[in-house]
Design a protein around this ligand. Structure first.
Ligand code: ADP
Ligand code: MG
Length: 326
């Protein structure tokens, strides 16, 4: 097993949910509209993701597992304009260096499905014909089987699964058009059917619970090239909700001090030690106005006009809460 790959894996692949994140992003990049996520034993035994996306051709299967083969960042211009969720070009190589990974795929234009996996110290890719509908399955077994130190950092199956569940919620709230299914140990845990724009509240209810949607106020505000839309609920409505804060910037989930500050200020004295703000909000602005790759793992974001964005969010959320209280 290549040491370089394992070091890279250590940076990206911290726990089962990190694997799920990378695989789901790949499926979405491939245009998938249906995703089935099968987890066994919190992901330490198995993480398997099936999609109906564009697939990987036989010739490209070994490349997909090779490090540095697919980096999409060709220039600084690409980096600035980056819209795609994945950009490192080595997630599969990293994951396959710390697990038993197989990649099975069939592009619609290819008659036969093929399966690839890597074996041995030099990560040579093996190929065999397989049976698979149009799309791709990535099967990750025995995560960290060869890195005991990392394995020791894993928590209970339940905790690891909860991380995956939370990750899927974040994705469910960013891609209403994609059907997501999550199973744990052969049991169905979540099912998020695809919804049209007019039915988005149905998915929000599935993710956030009806305690949120029953009390939520919808908002859509546009000004100065900024658009903020989504739902906010007065905090008393869901004070038992452990995690009810979702903020997306141009489709990507962010957790950022400036954004938090604007929202907390908008909630004002509605908040106290027990009551946290609950919201599902989407900020849209020109990509040149924002850098969402400052620190992808920490979900931080940098705006050209930070003050204006802050005040826009503050005003919009405050007015929505006031309107909801009337
Ligand atoms: P990156 O996504 O940054 O290119 P990855 O290591 O995550 O790097 O994936 C390598 C390549 O494998 C992708 O660029 C893509 O061509 C292919 N690939 C991976 N997963 C899928 C999938 N689910 N459907 C289609 N192609 C995929
Ligand atoms: Mg990727």
């Amino acid at each position: 097993i290549s040491l370089a790959n394992q070091i890279a894996a250590g940076e990206v692949i911290e726990r089962p949910s990190s694997v799920v994140k990378e695989l789901v992003e790949n499926s979405l990049d491939a245009g998938a509209l249906q995703l089935v996520v099968d987890i066994e034993k919190g992901g330490r035994r198995r993480i398997r993701i099936r999609d109906d996306g564009a697939g990987v051709s036989k010739d490209e299967l070994p490349l997909a597992l090779a490090r540095h083969a697919t980096s999409k960042i060709a220039s600084l211009h690409d980096l600035e304009a980056i819209q795609s969720l994945g950009f490192r070009g080595e997630a599969l190589a990293s994951i396959s260096s710390v697990s038993r990974l197989t990649l099975t795929s069939k592009p619609a234009a290819q008659q036969q499905a093929w399966r690839a996996w890597v074996e041995g110290r030099d990560m040579q890719a093996e190929l065999a014909p397989a049976s698979h509908p149009d799309g791709t399955t990535v099967d990750v077994e025995d995560l960290f089987f060869n890195t005991p130190a990392r394995r020791k950092f894993l928590r209970t199956d339940k905790t690891e699964f909860n991380h995956i569940d939370e990750l899927l919620k974040r994705i469910a709230l960013s891609r209403f058009d994609v059907r997501l299914t999550l199973n744990h140990n052969q049991k169905s845990v979540r099912n998020y059917p695809a919804v049209s724009p007019a039915q988005r509240i149905d998915r929000v209810a599935r993710v956030m619970g009806t305690a949120f949607t029953d009390h939520a106020v919808a908002l859509t505000v546009e000004a100065m090239g900024l658009k903020l839309w989504g739902w906010v609920a007065p905090p008393h409505a869901c004070r038992h909700q452990a995690d009810g804060q979702y903020f997306y910037v141009n489709g990507r989930m962010m957790r950022d001090r400036m954004l938090n500050h604007a929202i907390r200020q908008a909630f004002g004295d509605r908040l106290d030690d027990e009551r946290v703000p609950t919201y599902v909000l989407y900020l849209e602005l020109p990509p040149t106005e924002v850098d969402v790759n400052v620190h992808p793992a920490k979900h931080e974001v940098r705006f050209q006009q930070a003050r204006e964005v802050h005040d826009f969010i503050l005003q919009s959320v405050r007015e929505a809460l006031q309107a909801g209280a009337e």
